[in-house]
Design a binder for this molecule. Sequence first.
Ligand code: AGP
Length: 612
Amino acid sequence: MCGIVGYTGKNSAITPLIEGLRRLEYRGYDSAGIALGTSGKLFIEKRAGKLGNLESSLGDQLPSATSGIGHTRWATHGGPTDNNAHPHVDNEGKLAVIHNGIIENYNQLKAELQAKGHKFHSDTDTESVAHLLSDLRKEFNGDLPAAMREAVKTLRGSFTLLAVHADNPGVIVGVRRNSPLVLGVGDSEYFLASDVAAFIEYTKRAVELGQDEIVVITPTGFEITDLDGNAQTPREYQVTWDAEAAQKGGFSHFMLKEIFEQPKAVADTLIGRLTDNNQIELDELKMSDEEIRSLKKIVVIACGTAYHAGMIAKYAIEKWAQISVEVEIASEYRYRDPIIDAQTLVIAISQSGETMDTLMALRHAKAAGARVLAICNTNSSTIPRESDAVLYTHAGPEIAVASTKAFLTQVVAVYLIGLHLAQVRKELTDSEVADLYNELLALPAKIEAILETVEPLRALTRTFAKSSSVLFLGRNVGFPAALEGALKLKELAYMHAEGFAGGELKHGPIALIEEGTPVIAIVPAGHEHSLDEKMLSNIQEVKARGAQVIVIAEEGAEVTGATHVIRIPVAPALFQPVLATVPLQVFAYEMAIARGNDVDQPRNLAKSVTVE
Ligand code: AGP
């Protein structure tokens, strides 16, 4: 986690740094700081709390500087205090470092550096790097890039580091290992950042940086080398979205904007996938028909909301393509001895493409011989780069910490994969595939219709603001939707919330129901296996024990026992989560507002979780 930005060029550094940090705040927001390069010394300011605290303390007494580095933090080692905020400096106050990730051997480094006389002023792992670099820079006669190359050889863990020295403040040195860093190439100005969002306003020319590559930016250019100092060829690409896409566009919160962008995001992810002769076109999978036919198993690895999309993949792919699908929490996966081979397809789902748990699970799967396909929303991020193939979702930048449009597009992406596999394996006929694809194309308008009628739901939500606990029930694909509804409510409203499979209720969770407990029940679409009737029985069971039941059901479906009913448009049963999740997102959003919480940046969280 943590957001990092560096600027050197022809203009004042402060605006790109602060604006860059604002766009990276989704990565962490418990403290922020900057170091500005002025001749012979560094101007450093850092503050606990959100970026606004740093801005207030900066006032208008800033030195003029055309280079600098900035950091927005999500605390790992050391609490969110002024002292622990980045940048961290050496004992001369001339060398400053910012860091995203974890230095695993910092204790040992710290002890060695203290023995040499270095004084530490924070509880962070990062500060040891500032002292280490300071010593090495002296050893290498003031050559900061050489010092960084040497330092990195002794560091263990995951890190992106940027360093600057007062004697040559226009030179910023960066490195990445298992954490993101991207270079922006402007017109006589250069940027380093955790994410292109930080510099998109200035340039769309971006350069990928590989593992253990050292990058040096100056006002006149950049250089990338490996740890031995060998020049590396830059891998440049154009960023395809613009600054406007990352603004709130008149909505009170990014989350609300992103909820309302869902029809477009889903439509964009689906566009142009069916050929004139009814074939699902997914060249991105890079798998021959023969390879698809010989697949024995699919394993989905993901975290949080992306994991819920993976659960939906299991229902859809098993039903359509008749391939066994396992869904694994990425952070658990690599600490087992999973049974995988070359006939296993591993699908890694990640909005950010930087989630460390998912990345590590992916590497584990690759090492065991599996083929890895990423479903990702962020171009050129680490997870797609390390996968054998990638299917990009087209949700556009998702800024709010709570995932909404990324989830819906992940679900749609797994439907596309399921249909493609089913078609190639001849488990569905071309006309069945075409019918289902056309049903997918109808989803954006149906989401739109739900969004046009959310006002009563928002009012209803506020009446539950004082509840201490909310339960969510679903069956079949409604179960992952229930889990997603509960996760949204936890992260935004800070309420106890749990999602259950309706059938599990009587095996324990029903004991949680007391007079007035809100229960949100999703009635499965259609009548397959009488799941709709079984859910209506579950509703009666919780109602009989005092629950207030909010039911989500498709238009026309029979509902009994509900305190409130939210209708969603009719769609094939497997597609229902794309619709049923929308009111759940609105419920969580409105609850957060009613309880006075920060919607876009909920406490303790970060958008991109780049530590294990
Ligand atoms: C969702 O609202 C969460 N903030 C979180 O669970 C998220 O989905 C998870 O951390 C995975 O992130 P990724 O999709 O970027 O890998």
